[in-house]
Design a protein around this ligand. Structure first.
Ligand code: FAD
Length: 412
């Protein structure tokens, strides 16, 4: 117990699970510390839009210290746990100093890392797509490639390669990134670089037989037809064999010369999760009991993409992580007030995906919807799901600004 009599709760990670947990706690129950390398919550569903300037980077983040005033925020990366002494070991995000934090209860909500499945060159030559830095890198690279191609006397083959943008992974993230890059090309770059934009290609590569495997078949077919109509090239049944500095090589032997490779092909457990020494499932996620406690570790709880919740495990989505975080807030208060926590129950609200050209997919229980009205619905849902009034207002203004004045093409 802390000096003030409140138990020490340490939450590791400020994503959907950690943030919703922290928002659900009040000061009187715990002495709470958040440990996270980034000092903000990131609304990932709009990250593809940020990569192309449909919304601005700062509109989809919420600084932790502004909204979590009851929480001590420590900017660091957890690296391990000393269980007998109940201390979390971490490294400062700025400066790298090592430090420890004592806890009575520990919540691990560190999300997942990008899986490259051992594909040679994927780590070195592709841009992952989970963080704000990645969206910024994609935006800059697309603009750089156009600037390079526009230089008088530029080599024709280099222009063709530089203006080919390859996205690996046909799940919702890959589909949305490909769609947003295509929107940027036809919506803005066509006017800015009239002779070049028609030469730009967006290629979406998927190892499995179809896009959007987690979506309803008819909706996934709609997305594929829409992409073909818009001129986005699809390679399904096409595992990537290698990512080189200037080409993506497919298992079929096809080599696609490219100026940008985005890797959105899967998730893997983080080094911290592997270092915890608890039981993991086959996907490397922490096995949890019905109330999200970790069996065998009385003081440890896990939620979000790093945890296997339910049997069969629930999908690794923001929706699951957010509900699990809210559940944990209730469960931890139950523990501290001497009650037994309830089991976690997930309520699915369905899935959404943007496919470009102001079209989206809506896959709700009993409702399958695609096209322009689905896109309005997609936007309204995300507007309501953004975590603060400031985020909502900024995103709404960004959408209006992009429509009225176009996306910002400044390269910096
Ligand atoms: C581009 C993109 C689009 C997406 N779109 C959707 C969507 O439309 N709908 C949907 O349901 N899901 C979507 N997802 C999935 C969704 O983002 C995740 O399922 C969700 O973020 C999981 O929440 P989480 O809290 O487990 O992890 P995250 O939100 O990833 O947060 C993890 C947190 O842990 C921190 N962290 C990591 N390692 C450490 C460490 N060692 N020590 C301390 N802190 C650490 C991170 O900095 C971060 O703050 C999308 C994902 C991406 C990448």
């Amino acid at each position: 117990m802390s000096g003030a009599g409140r138990p020490k709760l340490v939450v590791v990670g400020c994503g959907f699970a950690g943030y919703s947990l922290l928002r659900g706690l009040r000061r009187e129950h715990f002495d709470v510390t958040l440990v996270s390398p980034r000092n903000y919550f990131l609304f990932t569903p709009l990250l593809p839009s940020a990569a192309t300037g449909t919304v601005e980077f700062r509109s989809i983040v919420e600084p932790a210290r502004r909204r979590l005033r009851h929480v001590r925020v420590v900017e660091g990366r957890a690296v391990g746990v000393d269980w007998p002494r109940r201390r979390l070991a971490a490294e400062a995000a700025v400066g790298g100093a090592s430090f420890e934090i004592e806890f009575d209860q520990l919540v691990v909500a560190v999300g997942a890392e990008t899986a490259t499945f051992g594909v040679p060159g994927a780590v070195e030559n592709a841009i992952a797509f989970t963080e704000l830095e990645h969206a910024r890198a994609v935006r800059r690279r697309v603009l750089e490639q156009f600037a390079r191609a526009d230089v008088p006397g530029a080599d024709e083959r280099a222009i063709a390669a530089g203006l080919t943008f390859v996205v690996c992974g046909g799940g919702p993230t890959g589909v949305e990134v490909a769609a947003e890059i295509h929107d940027l090309i036809v919506g803005e770059l066509k006017r800015a670089f009239p002779p070049l934009a028609s030469r730009a290609r967006v290629v979406l590569v998927e190892a499995g037989p179809r896009l959007l495997a987690s979506f309803d078949d008819a909706l996934a077919d709609y997305a594929a037809r829409h992409f073909r109509r818009e001129g986005i090239e699809l390679r399904v049944d096409s595992p990537v064999a290698e990512v080189r500095a200037e080409a993506v090589v497919l298992a079929s032997g096809e080599s696609i010369a490219t100026g940008l490779v985005v890797w959105a092909a899967g998730t893997a457990p983080s080094a911290f999760v592997r270092a915890l020494g608890v039981e993991l499932d086959r996907a490397g996620r922490i096995l949890t009991a019905a109330d999200l406690r970790v069996p065998g570790r009385e003081h440890l709880w896990a939620a979000g993409d790093c945890a296997a919740l339910g049997d069969p495990p629930l999908p690794a989505t923001a929706q699951v992580a957010q509900q699990a975080g809210a559940h944990l807030a209730r469960a931890l208060v139950a523990v501290v007030t001497g009650r037994e926590p309830e089991p976690f129950r997930f309520r699915s609200f369905g899935m959404l995906a943007y496919v470009g050209g102001s079209r989206a997919l809506v896959d709700l229980p009993g409702v399958k919807w695609s096209g322009r009205w689905a896109w309005f619905f997609w936007r309204s849902v995300y507007l309501t799901k953004l975590v603060s009034f400031a985020n909502k207002a900024k995103v709404l203004f960004d959408w209006l600004k992009a429509r009225l004045f176009g996306r910002d093409l400044a390269r910096f």
